[in-house]
Design a protein around this ligand. Structure first.
Ligand code: COA
Length: 316
């Protein structure tokens, strides 16, 4: 048995914050944000009573509905967030309760933007080993709550949202999970971090240029490693889905890999960087737009705080 991405659901909060809106909050302008990042607008959760688990639950419900599964059919929930509802329990357990997945186990992964390759690797290997048949992997973030809205270096970059991918077993030899490459370097823990909520500065701190350089280098390496492990080449890649952090990072990564731009999924302009949710939301929209078809070779690649990076290969 292998694992495949069976269905995706998303939650894109309805309130939109445009670059023009940001011009009224900090000393910035649409031209700077567009040329340096590619972002035009992002979604924001305004209601303080809405939590990351609510976004995650909505996204997961859509994925289950699309697959025709009931909450009881879910064996496990793996959730990624840097804006957890509580310090404990894991937000995954709160989502389990809200969904009614009474037969599942649930846990969180602290991997920030690198959530998808790590979670997909976890889920796929559990399914291959026979430990589970259906696993939800859910990235969910309310980044607007950990942003310093006076810091123009960071507040223009992020947005809120969630994406849930239902990973199920399959015996179809022409589709499914292939492999994952993962790596981290804890000596770079100072270039992208958030302190504890009771710290005098509890907001995102970032050395933008250091993150930028590392992102291009390591995302390129990660894609190459997965292809090498599978005896494939970049020419075999049909779709590249990079973590949506910065248009220039995605373009530079694709260029280094020599993957043409038309194969690269990009929806950052609408949502900004939603951390663990960017890849599921990009895949969801690509599927709706007919850009993803069964049998295509899809490479997903991400990097985030840690720094932690990695890529996964699947046959769609
Ligand atoms: N509006 C206008 N000016 C801004 C600004 C904003 N929102 N933010 C920064 N600036 C200014 C800086 O103060 C600096 O001014 P100075 O030259 O007078 O000092 C100038 O723009 C250039 O800043 P610099 O840091 O050199 O810009 P950059 O080209 O490196 O772009 C980032 C900055 C943050 C967009 C870019 O480094 C980046 O995207 N890094 C990766 C961030 C990321 O993806 N993080 C998450 C990873 S998971």
């Amino acid at each position: 048995m292998n694992a495949y991405i069976r269905a995706i659901g998303v939650c894109r909060p309805k309130d939109v914050l445009t670059n023009a809106d940001l011009e009224k909050i900090v000393d910035t302008n649409d031209e700077w944000i567009t040329t340096r990042t590619g972002i035009k607008e992002r979604r924001i959760v305004k209601d303080p009573n809405i939590m990351s688990s609510d976004l995650a639950t909505a996204a997961a419900q859509e994925a289950l509905e699309k697959a025709g599964l009931k909450p009881e059919d879910v064996d496990g929930i793996i959730l990624g967030t840097i804006v957890a509802d509580k310090v404990m329990p894991a937000t995954a357990c709160i989502v389990q309760k809200k969904l009614g997945c009474k037969n599942a186990w649930a846990y969180d992964i602290t991997a920030a933007c690198s959530f998808v390759p790590i979670a997909l690797n976890n889920a796929a290997l559990m399914i291959r080993s026979g430990q589970a048949k259906n696993i939800l992997i859910i990235g969910t973030e309310i980044m607007s709550r950990i942003i310093d809205w006076k810091d123009r270096n960071t507040c223009v970059l992020f947005g809120d949202g969630a994406g849930a991918m239902l990973i199920s077993e399959t015996d179809d030899p022409d589709r499914g999970y292939i492999n994952t490459y993962l790596k981290s370097d804890g000596t770079t823990d100072h270039i992208l971090y958030v302190n504890q909520p009771n710290h005098e500065n509890p907001y995102i701190q970032m050395d933008g240029q250091a993150v930028f350089k590392m992102a291009v280098k390591e995302m390129t390496t990660s894609v190459r490693k997965t292809l090498e492990m599978a005896n494939l080449t970049v020419d075999d890649v049909d779709v590249l889905c990079p973590h949506q952090a910065n248009l220039r990072i995605m373009e530079a990564t694709a260029d280094r890999l020599k993957i043409p731009r038309e194969k690269v999924l990009m929806n950052l302009h609408k949502y900004g960087n939603t951390s663990s949710a960017t890849i599921p939301i990009a895949l969801y929209e690509a599927e709706q737009e007919g850009k993803l078809k069964p049998g295509q070779l899809v490479s997903m690649v991400a990097i985030g705080s840690g720094m932690v990076w990695g890529a996964s290969l699947v046959r769609w």
